[in-house]
Design a binder for this molecule. Structure first.
Ligand code: NDP
Length: 333
C-alpha cells in the first residue's frame, strides 16, 4: 500500500492513435505517478506559457503521453527516499522537463527526483512562490545574467518586452526595484497604468518593435529582457546602446530571429541566453532566495489571479492566446 489513499484530481493531456490531442480534468492513482525518490502533495502550481502550449498543442512541448501539464509546483513532501528531504518539508520545483516529459504540477500529487527540488526559502509562502513561478524565476535569472555581464542602472534604461505577461510583469518589478528606468513594451496599451504601478517609467506600443528591424537604429536602452523573440528581439537589439546586453528568454512572438550581426560587431552588444529548465541547484537557490527578498508582496498580489484546478485548462488556453495579465496561480490542494 502506497502513501496516497484513493484517487486524486489531475489535468491530463493525451492523444489518440491519430495523434489527435485531448485534455481533461481526470483522476489518477499513485500507480500513475512516474519514477522519483520524493513524493509531494502539491498545494500550488501556476500557468506558464509552456503550459499553454501543452494544453493547446500549439508547439510540441509534450513528449510523453499521457502528460500532466504544470512546469512548476510547490507543496509538502509526503514520502522521501532521499537524505536531502524529509516528510513535511516544503519544496519548490520548476523545470527539469516536468510538465513536458515528466508528469507535472497540475495534479494533487507529484513524484520527482530529489535533485530537481529546492526548499521553499524563508519568508516565501507556497502561494507567493507560485505567483512568481517559472516566470518570476526566469525574470530573476535574466537580472542575474545582466549583473554578471557587468551592467548596472548607471549604463542606461532597461527594456522589457511582452511586459504585461508573467515574465514581463515580474521583470518590470525587479528591474525597477534594482534602480533601472524601465521601458515596458506591450500590445495592450490599456495596461499602461498596471505596468506603471509595477514600476515602468515609459510604455512603448508593441507595434513600434514589430516591423522589420534595421541593422542599427537610434540607441534607446542599455539592457533588458525579451519575452517575444522574432522581429521584436531584432528591433530591441538594433536599439541597444554600445556595450549593452539583452537577455533573451522567450518566443511568444515567434522562434525566428531576423536580425543582423551589426549590433554585435559595430556596437559590441551581447545577447544573453536564458534557460530556466536545467539550472544547477546552487544557482536555483540563489535565484529563489533573491526573489523572496526582493519582491514587493503588495505588487505581487496585484498582478496575481488565483484559480482552482478545474479552471487550469481554460487559463492554459488563455495564456497561449496572450490573454493573461501578470500571473495565474492554481490552488491545487
Ligand atoms: P505570457 O503569455 O504571460 O507573456 C507573454 C507576453 O508576450 C504576452 O503577455 C504579450 O505581452 C506578449 N506577446 C504575446 N504574443 C505576442 C506576439 N505574437 N507578438 C508580440 N508580443 C506577444 O507568458 P510568460 O510570461 O509565461 O512567458 C513569456 C515567454 O518566455 C514565453 O515565450 C515563454 O515560453 C518564455 N519563457 C522562457 C523560459 C526560459 O527558460 N527561457 C522560462 C519561462 C518562460 P503584451 O500583451 O504586454 O504585449
Amino acid at each position: 500500500m502506497g502513501v496516497i489513499a484513493g484517487d486524486f484530481p489531475a489535468v491530463v493531456v493525451d492523444r489518440d492513435a491519430d495523434k489527435k490531442q485531448s485534455v481533461s480534468l481526470a483522476r489518477l492513482t499513485e500507480t500513475d505517478l512516474m519514477e522519483g525518490d520524493v513524493t509531494v502533495r502539491v498545494t500550488h502550481s501556476s500557468v506558464n506559457y509552456k503550459d499553454g502550449l501543452a494544453v493547446t498543442g500549439k508547439l510540441p512541448v509534450v513528449r510523453r503521453w499521457p502528460m500532466v501539464p504544470g512546469v512548476d509546483f510547490t507543496g509538502e513532501v509526503v514520502e522521501s527516499r532521499s537524505p536531502d528531504f524529509a516528510v513535511g518539508d516544503k519544496v519548490i520545483l520548476n523545470g527539469w522537463g516536468v510538465g513536458e516529459v515528466h508528469l507535472g504540477g497540475w495534479s494533487r500529487y507529484a513524484r520527482v527526483k530529489s535533485d530537481w527540488l529546492i526548499r521553499l526559502p524563508d519568508g516565501l509562502t507556497g502561494a507567493d512562490a507560485m505567483a512568481l513561478g517559472t516566470a518570476g524565476y526566469t525574470a530573476m535569472l535574466s537580472l542575474m545574467a545582466i549583473e554578471k555581464h557587468g551592467l548596472s542602472p548607471a549604463d542606461g534604461p532597461a527594456v522589457i518586452t511582452g511586459a504585461a505577461g508573467g515574465v514581463g510583469s515580474v521583470a518590470v518589478m525587479l528591474f525597477a526595484r534594482a534602480g533601472y528606468q524601465v521601458v515596458a513594451t506591450t500590445g495592450r496599451p490599456e495596461e499602461a497604468d498596471y505596468l506603471k504601478s509595477l514600476g515602468a517609467a515609459e510604455i512603448v506600443e508593441r507595434s513600434e518593435l514589430s516591423g522589420p528591424a534595421k541593422p542599427l537604429a537610434k540607441e534607446r536602452w542599455a539592457t533588458g529582457v525579451d519575452n517575444v523573440g522574432s522581429t521584436t528581439l531584432a528591433n530591441v537589439l538594433s536599439m541597444t546602446k554600445a556595450d549593452g546586453a539583452i537577455a533573451a528568454c522567450g518566443n511568444a512572438g515567434g522562434m525566428e530571429l531576423p536580425s543582423s550581426v551589426a549590433p554585435f560587431i559595430l556596437r559590441g552588444v551581447s545577447l544573453l541566453g536564458i534557460n530556466s529548465v536545467s539550472v544547477p541547484r546552487a544557482k536555483r537557490e540563489i535565484a529563489w532566495t533573491r526573489l523572496a527578498a526582493e519582491i514587493d508582496r503588495g505588487k505581487l498580489a496585484a498582478m496575481t489571479h488565483t484559480v482552482p484546478l478545474d479552471e487550469a485548462i481554460d487559463r492554459g488556453r488563455a495564456i497561449a492566446d496572450g490573454r493573461i495579465r501578470g500571473r495565474v496561480v492554481i490552488e491545487v490542494g
